[in-house]
Structure formats: C-alpha cells, structure tokens
Write a protein that binds this ligand. Sequence first.
Ligand code: PEP
Ligand code: MG
Length: 754
Amino acid sequence: MPSPALGPRVLLRRLREVMAEPEIAQARLDRIVMLIAANMVAEVCSIYVMRAGEVLELFATEGLKSEAVHKSQLKVGEGLVGLIAEQAIGLNLADAQHHPKFKYLPETGEEIYQSFLGVPIMRGGSVIGVLVVQNRTQRHYTEEEEEALQTTAMVLAEIIASGELKEVAREVAIDVAHMRSHNFRFESLAEGIALGEVVLHEPRVEIHNLIAESIPKELKRLGEGIEQLQQQVDELLDGSDAMRATDYSDVLETIRMFAHDKGWVNRLREAVQTGLTAEAAVERVQNDNRARMMRMQDEYLRERMHDLDDLSNRLLRILTGAAATASRTDLPQHAIVVARNMGPAELLDYDRSKVRGVILEEGGKTSHVAIVARALGIPAIGLAHGLIDLVDPGHEIIVDGGTGEVFVRPNQDLQKAYAEKVRFYARKQAQYAALRELPAVTKDGVEVELNINAGLIVDLPHLHDSGAAGVGLYRTELQFMMAQRFPRLSSQIRHYSQILEQAKGKPVVFRTLDIGADKTLPYLRQPREENPALGWRSIRMALDRPALLRLQVRAMLMAGAGQEIRIMFPMIADVDEYLQAKAAVDSEIAYLNKRKHKLPKLLKLGVMIEIPSLIWQLDNLLPLVDFASIGSNDLVQFLFASDRGNPKLAGRYDPLSPSALSAMRMIVEKGRQHGKKVTLCGELGGRPLEAMGLVGIGMSSMSMVPSGVGPVKAMIRSLDQKKLWSFMEPLLRSPTHSLRGDLLEFANRHGVVL
Ligand code: PEP
Ligand code: MG
C-alpha cells in the first residue's frame, strides 16, 4: 500500500517554483508530471490537452511510455479521458480496466495500471484538458487526493491557457471552443449589420496569482471579501425595496441566499486550505459549479447557477480590485459589446461613435435596453444564451440585427461577404436619406403623413434625419421605467419641455403612462395577476389612481405653455373611460388657470384604438376627440386573442388578414365620416409591405420606428393607391388566412419598391 500523499500545499509550493523558473514549456510539463506523481505517490501522471477537432492529446507523462507523448490521442467521449472531457467531471476508479469506457492504447503501456483518478482541466466553463494519475494496485483515491488533483488541474489550466504550449506542438487548439468559428441565430432586437471586436461588458477577471504564500493570510482575505460581498448584496436588495413583487427581486433574493450560504463559503475556505489564493479558490469552486451547470437539465436550476456565477464574479472583483464593467470610452473603433444583460442607461454611457453592435445573453425584444439600442440605431441581438463563454475580448464577431445571426470568429470569406452587406446597407440608407425632403405621395397623388414613434430624448434627432412630419407616439413610460423612483413634477416638466424643444415645432403626441403587462416600474408595487395583458394596466390604473394621471397631465400642460400640445390616452375600452380621462385634463386646466399659469395655445386630445370593443363605439367616441390612433400591436393581439410577446404564437395570425385589415378599414372609414384624423402607431406601419396594405385600405397617416420612414416613403412613392384598393377590396371579403402573398404579388407586378 503506498504511503499517503504529502498533501496539496507542498505540491503547490513546488509547482510555484517550477513555474517561476525560465524553462521551455515541454520541460516544464515534464517536471510537473513528475512532481505530481511523486507527491501523490502515483506511478503514473499524465496531462492530456485538447486539440483542434475535439481531440485530447497526451502532452506529458511520468510512468507511461515516453514515445506515446504527442502521439496518443483520444476523441472527446472516447475512453476514460474522453469521458472526463465530455462530462466535465472527475473519475475515481479502483479497477479502471473493467470500466465500460476503458480504451486500451498499446503505445502507452498502461495495461499494468489498475487504479485511475482523472479530473478535467477547465477554463471559463470549458474543458481544455484532462489530468490523470494511475497506480498499479487497485486502490481507492481519497476525497482529499481528488481535491488536490483538482487544485493542481487549475494551475495547469493557467499554463495551458497562457499559450506557452504553442512551442510544444503546432496548431494547439487551446480551448477549442474559443478558437473555432461559430454561427448562431438568436433573437433580433434592433436592425443593422456590424463587424467588429468583442468587448465584454463585464470583463473577465484574470487571475495570475494562484498559489498562496501564506494560507492564514489568504483565509483572512477571503473572509473580508465575503463580508464585503454580503454587504454589497444586502444593500442592493434593500435599495430595491419596492421591487419585492417583481422577478428581479427573486433573482436578488437567490443571490443573497448564496452569498450567505454556509456551504458555498465552506467550499471556498476548503479550496484555500489546499494552498490556493483566495481568488484562485473562488475560481476553483466556480469551475465546479459551471461543470455542474453544464450537466443540469432543469432550466430554473441552471438560471440559479448562473446567479451563483454572478456572485462569484462579484467576489473575484472585490478580491482583485478589477473594474466591474468595460471602459466606456477606451474602446476599439468597432466595438461589439457582449453582455449577460445591461440597463438602458449603461448602454447610453458607452461612446456612441465606437459601439457598432450589442449582444445580450438575456435581453429580449421588450427589454428596455433593446428599445434604447433601436433608438440609437445600434444593431442588437438578444437571448444569446451561452455566447459569453465562447468569446474573448478582441475576437472578431459579426452581428446581423436583421436576421438575429451572430458569427463568432468568422472566416475571411464570411467577413468579405458581410463587409459587402454593410456597404449595401449603407448605400440603401443613403438612398433613403435622399428621399428626406421629398413628400410621401403615391403615384396617383394620395399624400400619406409619416411620423416617428419615440420614447427617449435620444430618439428626437431621428425626427429631423428621417424627414418625418412629427412624433406620432411618444411613449412616456420609458422615462418612468428608467428612473429609480417616480419622476417628480419638475423632472417630468423638464423631460417634456426638452422633447418639445428638440422637435423644433413639429407636432408631438404624448401618450399618458401605459404601464402594466410587460412594462413594469421597479418602484411601483403591482399585484400579481393571472392575465396581466388583460389586467389592471394603463389607463385603468391611471383612472383608479387619478393623482398619477393628473400629475403627468399637469407636467405636459406646463411644458407646453404657449405652444401646441397633443395628449393621447392608451387602452381606452369605452367612451366613459375617455370622458373620465378628459375630466382629469379639464381639472388640471382649471387648476393651472386658477394659479395663473400660462396654458398651451392649442391642446388636442386623442385616444388609442387598441381594444376591439371601441370599434363599435366610434360614432359616439369620434365626435368627442380630436384624433384617434390605432395601436395595432395591441389591437391585433386582442382581435386574435394571441399574446403579442409569446414566441410560440409569433406569425400564427397575420395583421394582413382580411379580419384585421377589415377592422382597421372600418376605423379609417369612421374617421373620414366624422372628419377626424385617424392614424396608426403600431409596429406594422414601419414595414413596407404591411404599410402598403394600410395605405391600400385608405390609411393616410402612420407613425413608426424611425428606420421605417425611408423604406415606407420609397414604397409609397412607387405605389398607385387606387389600383391597390381595387385589388384589395374583394380580397377583404375572402376567407383567406392572409393577404400577404397577394400583396407581395401586387407589389412585384406593379414595381412597388419594398
Ligand atoms: C400598440 O399597441 O400598437 C402601441 C403602439 O402601443 P405599445 O406598443 O406601446 O403597446
Ligand atoms: Mg399598446
């Protein structure tokens, strides 16, 4: 029976000495395997390194035949070594040769060794090699020995990842996943194409100092770090008191739970006891967690492990003093920012002239940062799960915001193709810019008013760049969603005044708060509801809490003193709701009058038509309002009883169906009969084919994403409206699922630019 191992501390001390000496990589590896074998009283110690093509190659050995070095190879999943790499877990076997996965490699001479202990060598969540010890006799390696080998594997990971091994063999694919090209299709958040270099929003913390000089000192550092971390997390949670009901607070709670979790803290302490520095211990435990995460099927548990990963990163930053986020100004010329998630304000902090694209692992279409990216015209992609683990800062990457595609480390051909696509995109934009001053009039003389949708101050320059007539929908809730607490009257007045000022006299339609469903305020307690889209939201909430609505209306009236102002109410379901909202405006006018405040010189009030019930009240409603705007996003969702945010339903029903188009046609007709302006401000208006259908049914005003104005204007200028209407009219009575194909054919036949 071999004598017990000397323990990892001695080994780590020796390893540190070996690493400090100037030596070529192969010699260093040879000494390392010798040291490990001696320390663990093993007859064999071998290091396998991952090479291109997911092959593990024997890079150094003590005990096996030396001729096998750089010859013996196993594929991932093949043999015991391949199994460890595949599953990212260690194997501890007394009788290895009878394991079903055992694969005999004759050149190694390993047939005489019975017991086997192997652990993965991991970096950033991927396996980059395998470290093995073997003994002739059937022995059980202790848990301490397994721990010691894992700690040693971590030190080896550093050597492998440092690139030193390139001297040893050509084409070493260190960390294969980090070298290969990949392409993915994720969720498109904002249009546009960009080629650039990866910038990690939260840079990885690089640890170079792995081996402790003094364990008591490292334990103390770890203890202090954890204390600071717990404090940070508690503050984070306390600071978000009002968020308790939201999902975000669940995440924070989980993080707090981990931060105070004795098990986690104990594992960190044990890792330091094996001879690692505090930061190396954090990484060691993080590697174990990541390996577990890789094997987890349950989506919820994986998410929680992600939270633990976040926590480890926080602790690493505390211990190493590394910056929490990427420098906002010192960026490469073509930066593609990759983040797990980020807030809208964080994106706004980056140097706009250098950020060419944004990729988020978590953010979806409705995330606020996506809205900001669209406003800034930055191509963006969301739900890019797992991407961060595959990229390093400086790696080349292509973002295609139109298709949702991401190309990591694209090859030359792809880069060329995309560079051409970027030029094509730029040429198209230039063509649209040339249309800026031209009217949006059809070939047969029908004028269509084009406006933009906005929600942030940064949107306003697009009003002038695009040549739009005005802002047809200003979503005021975005200011509220980005604030830490309810914006005061003064800050609301300031915001609306800035918008009016930047609009330079072009009309702006301010929509009152449309909160609820997917739009939540972090500081506003909202009850959990079975069906939030059909729930206590938007104008319903405003009428029940009149103080909020009145404050907002007051701010709008004050900001518009002496000017024209337009206010629109969302989610109106019947005439009475409009009258109540109007009464709030009247009270505010009376209030301001009484205090001798200057009032707007013109006030127009409108409603959004986005709840189907209103369609049968238009004869009663339209005489009372100044204008109406179809919110097609919600109208279509409620017409088809089809959740607008549910990806499983996306594309199931088409707004270009006879039913949706007929409903909108009815609204347009009623507007004409009553001499009231009817417009549309849903996403439909910004897509040329859809906009063509709308112009076909007589829509003469639309509001859309700013990037839609150019393409929609080009479509309008090439269209004959009357011809299109004659084509569409009979089709509206047909039982067809969608007119999309017919409209496309019409456009092709008549040379309509789409
Ligand atoms: C709509 O519903 O069409 C609309 C414009 O409003 P929102 O997308 O903000 O709900
Ligand atoms: Mg809506």
